[in-house]
Design a protein. Structure first.
Length: 290
């Protein structure tokens, strides 16, 4: 493995050469250059290319693992009601799709309602049964906002199907459609009533993701600190200082050309830019806010 020998942190001539080599190892597309790529390239120039990949891999794995553990804990605590991994959301979503198709068939806009009674019965019956199962699982516990919106949409779709069927001569499927409409609307009212009567549990289920993230953050921070400590021990004081000086010089060089990247404080140890970037947006909601 090639190592940078003889370069003292205060040697401007050697530093300029190292800056040029670091920049040659950056992605050719400027849009793909960021502080973590600069630091990764600096590791390689100083002779620690393999360590840079290890730090990168460990930080990435820590971020992925943290979000996976968050979801696992939510599923363990809330079961089917979990906003991530709970089975009730996809079931209600499919029920809403079935009810929407049923409402379109019941409208008779493109098909003969008489000829599609069997299909309508399957769609409405399936979505109604699924809704009953979901409501039974919840019992007297509130759902989060996403499920409430699905339940409202399901009530509207089943109610529309009922209204369309009532507007034409009676067919054998009418009682089933009416029952579906009653259950859909009744389920919506029940869900809203439970949320109104149980404000503390409603707040808990609405903020479960935020709480899970807050609980996981210290564990991820501890893992990031461990990765940083391992990297610093492997590098040693001298090579750590070289990488920091090189990283700072390259960022300043890029900024002088108009390529302004996220700032990295000089006191950030070698490897810190990669670790911070790879663990900053470890759950999807942090990416939405970024």
């Amino acid at each position: 493995m090639e190592r940078a020998r003889g370069w003292k942190v205060g040697d401007p001539g050697e530093l300029a050469e190292q800056v040029a080599r670091t920049r040659s190892n950056l992605p050719p597309n400027r849009a793909h250059i960021d502080a973590r790529e600069v630091e990764r390239a600096a590791f390689g120039v100083v002779g620690h290319r393999d360590l840079a990949f290890q730090v990168w891999e460990d930080a990435h794995a820590a971020a992925v693992g943290a979000w996976r553990e968050c979801r696992r804990r939510m599923r363990r605590e809330y079961g089917g009601r979990s906003p991530h991994g709970g089975w009730t959301f996809p079931v209600l979503f499919l029920s809403l799709l079935a009810a929407g198709v049923g409402a379109a068939l019941a409208s008779g806009a493109r098909t003969d309602p008489e000829a599609t009674q069997g299909v309508l019965a399957v769609l409405v019956g399936g979505s109604t049964v699924a809704d009953l199962v979901v409501l039974a699982v919840a019992g007297w516990r509130p759902w989060n906002r996403a499920v409430v919106r699905l339940q409202i949409g399901l009530a509207i779709a089943l109610g529309a199907a009922t209204a369309f069927q009532l507007s034409r001569p009676e067919m054998w499927v009418l009682p089933l459609v009416i029952a579906g409409g009653v259950i859909g609307v009744g389920g919506m009212l029940l869900v809203l009533l439970v949320r109104m009567l149980r404000p503390e549990e409603r707040l808990e289920i609405d903020t479960v993701i935020n709480v899970a993230v807050e609980r996981m953050q210290p564990e991820l921070d501890a893992r990031a600190a461990e990765i940083q400590a391992n990297a610093s021990e492997e590098l040693g004081v001298e090579d750590s200082a070289r990488i920091v000086a090189l990283r700072t010089a390259v960022l300043a060089d890029l900024a002088a050309e108009g390529i302004v990247l996220e700032p990295v404080p000089e006191q950030t140890p070698a490897g810190g830019a990669m670790i911070a970037a790879l663990t900053a947006h470890w759950h999807p909601y942090s990416r939405q806010k970024a």
